[in-house]
Design a protein around this ligand. Structure first.
Ligand SMILES: [Zn+2]
Length: 312
């Protein structure tokens, strides 16, 4: 099944807030949540969580990576759940300790308030993003025993970013991959989100596809269950190779001109799509990083001394 709304997914596991930018809640003896969305949705996340857990505390918040749309409301959540421990990778902790990263996260969250109407929402939090403490860092293959029967396996899945973690809830076979598994738009096209490194991204995808998964949460819009979860990961790998081949072909045909390659790929994967969709400047920024990741790989495989890419 492909689920495109918030609410219960299986017993005790919920998508919270808004399907485009959800927080995932695993309820139990010790409720835990995954990711923290946009700042302006903070109060909505809190209200939805409280509807389910009542007066109890959230024990852990697990962040998949330090992108602004995954950590935007940590401080708001922490105000309401002061005992909540925030968990990230060591790399994410380093990034979130840099003043320029904090400035960027704050600015992007503020800029995102303009999409509120597009996603059929009203502003719920007028708070601005503020930095937060990270209580614990985890690494690949750590198993965090949250409570009896609730174990979380940590997988380092770099490629989308350097700091990406995926979380695997062992008993229920739930994988919170975030964009390490790519991102489907509303047409079903899977955007290969290899912003940081193409080969690392593909290898992370391959690793995730070998897990026994019943529920897959790629972080935006959709949750996949049963066969659809397996199908999605397979399709994401195929799409990833297809994207690489497309970029490689365009780089050759456009004489490695980055701007011309961007226009061609944008035409294929963005222009035709009515939306609501990512704002164009954000899409173009990400597209450039994805093209550069493929170009870097071409450089390495060709063993060229000079970059294949022309940047004007
Ligand atoms: Zn991201």
């Amino acid at each position: 099944m492909i689920i495109n709304q918030t609410g219960p997914i299986v017993e005790n596991f919920y998508s919270i807030g808004h399907p485009a930018i959800p927080v995932y809640l695993m309820d139990g003896v010790s409720p835990i949540i995954f990711d923290a969305g946009f700042t302006f949705l903070g109060e909505l996340y809190v209200a939805d969580i409280k509807k389910i857990i009542g007066d109890r505390q959230v024990e852990y918040l697990f962040l998949t990576h330090s992108h602004f749309d995954h950590c935007g409301s940590v401080s708001i959540l922490k105000q309401h759940f002061p005992l909540m421990k925030v968990v990230t990778s060591k790399t994410a902790k380093n990034i979130l300790g840099r003043p320029n990263a904090i400035q960027l996260i704050k600015a992007l969250n503020q800029a995102s308030e303009t999409i509120v109407a597009d996603i059929g929402m009203e502003l719920t939090s007028f708070d601005k993003f503020t930095p937060f403490e990270i209580d614990e860092t985890v690494k690949d293959n750590d198993i965090l025993k949250v409570s009896a029967g609730l174990n979380i396996r940590i997988l380092e899945t770099p490629g989308h970013t350097a700091d990406c973690l995926s979380y695997y809830i062992q008993k229920q076979k739930i994988l919170i991959s975030s964009e390490a598994a790519g991102q489907s738009d509303r047409t079903g096209y899977i955007v290969s989100d290899c912003l940081y490194d193409y080969d690392q991204y593909f290898n992370s995808l391959k690793r995730l596809s070998l897990l026994d998964i019943k529920i897959l949460c790629p972080g935006h819009l959709f949750v996949y269950t049963g066969d659809d979860a397996k199908k999605y990961l397979k399709a994401s790998m195929i799409e990833c190779e297809r994207f690489r081949e497309l970029v490689e072909r365009c780089l050759v045909e456009e004489d490695q001109d980055l701007e011309r390659v961007k226009i061609r790929i944008k035409h294929i994967e963005y222009d035709h799509f009515d939306g609501p969709k990512q704002p164009e400047p954000a899409y173009l920024l990400n597209l450039e990083a994805r093209i550069k990741a493929v170009a870097k790989r071409m450089n390495n495989t060709c063993n060229r001394k000079e970059s294949v890419l022309k940047v004007n």
